[in-house]
Design a protein. Structure first.
Length: 80
């Protein structure tokens, strides 16, 4: 019987590619303003997914969500 390592188990359950958020949703989930998100995007700190067709809204993936959460965490820790 073959055993899966922890990483394989997590990847089989949690597929980060399935998580996509518009800029407003990302803002609400993280508590970071859309203005701040756009600023970080202009500095290439976070990157939206390529826009598909005539899509106007910025769409971010789980990696961007994780980066925003991490930045906010360390930023809040630094100002305490």
């Amino acid at each position: 019987m073959a055993y899966l390592d922890k990483r394989e188990v997590i990847e089989s359950i949690f597929k980060p590619d399935l998580f996509k958020f518009r800029i407003g949703e990302l803002s609400k989930m993280t508590g970071v303003s859309t203005r701040q998100l756009r600023y970080w995007e202009s500095k290439a700190i976070i990157n939206p997914l390529p826009r598909e067709g005539d899509q106007d809204a910025r769409v971010y993936n789980y990696e961007a969500f994780h980066k925003v959460q991490s930045i906010k965490y360390f930023w809040m820790k630094a100002i305490r």
